[in-house]
Design a protein around this ligand. Structure first.
Ligand SMILES: *Cc1c(COP(=O)(O)O)cnc(C)c1O
Length: 430
């Protein structure tokens, strides 16, 4: 339990002089939980080792991609094979065809796909495509949903009901943010009202079909169906941002699990097997609008990168084997139970949401079903819990409003160790 953290601190000090807050993505700086971030030296299976050699059971899983665990032998082998052929050609390869085929086979609404380099690129391009197809400018999104950091998606609700938005970040033009309307997640009535008023001007509605960036929040019965019906009626497109849910909660993502078909699907994270990839796809009739077939321009020097394609292919192949999703479900259920029992025993009120192998334990008594209810969580208590768990060798997300991800590499022993850590950490909470 006595972990020496020395090298991480040294690296962090130097990093802060060289990079904003010493990190390349804000949440990594641990600002939401206090303390200094750990610098990671290496990973294997379900475990991470920090720069001082301390070992952790990893439930961040690189924010989702590592669904097989770190350095899965088949993924490593695929990357090495690709590496031997060259790292980038700026020309098409067989690997792109193979990954595209796997995606099209698995995702029910996708007939054609375009590879990009990140989830942000996927959502940004999907929105451009929706605007190009409909000839409309307005976009509807939902509170607490994160779709990457493109300008038009860093928008919060405007003041007053049903107004278009205001920037949620410096550097986003007001005029641009005004094209995005933000509505409460899971609120069918508010959505129908907004569509009655604005539907004919809306290019697309973008949603995380299971919210994963305000903590895990499943869609209420009828919510996704309402999005489908109303967009169809208004001639707007429905975009499912399945960057987290794609290949995680079912082989064919949320669209398969809930049986609601979007017009455009955004993918990332798992589809790259731990290397930088995103993708967007949909029916042929929509994807034929993408350049050079159609007028909607989108390109990328490293798009379809052979190493990334190889990692994605190997990952999807393993995920295609029988019993994989049942195993993930079983492990995640055990983790969920461990949180529940640990909290109960310590008398700590919590609310849990889980869909397959993504789950969140919110430190609140309230049911969490939208952003506002998620925000009732005691984030100071989460921060304390996070640090208690870290000191017991369990690496959770450094924010209350993120998911815990379970991988195939988490063993019964890992889950048992985690259960014990939760029991004792819960007892330390104020
Ligand atoms: C992570 C994420 C993104 C952004 O993906 P990046 O690869 O980080 O750009 C978009 N949408 C959702 C739902 C995500 O979780």
């Amino acid at each position: 339990m006595d972990r020496v953290i020395k090298r991480s601190k040294e690296l962090y000090e130097k990093a802060q002089l060289l990079m904003p807050a010493g990190v390349n993505s804000p949440v990594r700086a641990f600002r939401a939980v206090g303390g200094d971030p750990l610098f990671i030296q290496r990973a294997q299976g379900a475990h991470l080792w920090d720069a001082d050699g301390n070992r952790y059971i990893d439930y961040v899983c690189s924010w989702g991609p590592m669904i097989l665990g770190h350095r899965h032998p088949e993924v490593v082998e695929a990357i090495e094979k690709a590496l031997a052929r060259g790292t980038s050609f700026g020309a098409p390869t067989d690997l792109e065809v193979e990954l595209a085929e796997l995606i099209v086979e698995r995702m029910p609404s996708v007939e054609m796909v375009r590879m990009v380099n990140s989830g942000t690129e996927a959502t940004m391009s999907a929105i451009r495509l929706a605007r190009g197809v409909t000839g409309r400018d307005r976009v509807i999104k939902f509170e607490g949903c994160y779709h990457g950091h493109a300008d038009g998606l860093l928008v919060k609700a405007g003041s007053g009901a049903m107004t278009f938005g205001i920037p949620d970040s410096g550097g986003v033009p007001k005029a641009y943010a005004e094209l995005t309307m933000t509505l409460p997640y899971n609120d069918i009535e508010a959505f129908r009202k907004a569509m009655d008023q604005w539907g004919k001007e809306v290019a697309c509605v973008i949603v995380e079909p299971v919210a994963g960036n305000a903590g895990v929040i499943p869609p209420r019965p009828g919510f996704l169906q309402a999005l489908r019906e109303e967009t169809k009626r208004a001639g707007a497109l429905l975009i499912f941002d399945e960057v987290i849910t794609g290949f995680r909660i079912a082989p064919g993502g949320a669209q398969q699990l809930y049986n609601v078909m979007p017009d455009i699907t955004c993918l990332g994270k798992i589809v790259g097997g731990g290397l930088p990839v995103g993708a967007y796809g949909g029916p042929r009739s929509i994807m034929e609008n993408v350049a050079p077939l159609g007028p909607v321009y989108q390109a990328g020097t490293l798009s379809g990168n052979p190493l990334a394609m190889a990692a994605g292919i190997a990952t999807l192949r393993v995920l295609g084997r029988p019993g994989v999703y049942e195993e993930l479900e079983d492990k995640a259920r055990k983790l969920e139970k461990a949180f529940k029992e640990g909290a109960q025993e310590a008398g700590v009120p919590i609310w849990q949401n889980r869909v397959g192998s993504m789950l969140s334990t919110f430190f609140t008594e309230k049911e969490v079903w939208d952003y506002a209810s998620a925000k009732t969580s005691d984030t100071a208590r989460y921060a304390r819990f996070f640090r208690e768990m870290l000191s017991r060798g369990v690496y959770l997300a450094p924010s209350q409003f993120e998911a815990a991800f379970v991988s195939l590499a988490h063993s019964e022993e890992d889950l048992e160790t985690t259960r014990e850590a939760i029991r004792s950490a819960m007892k330390e909470l104020p």
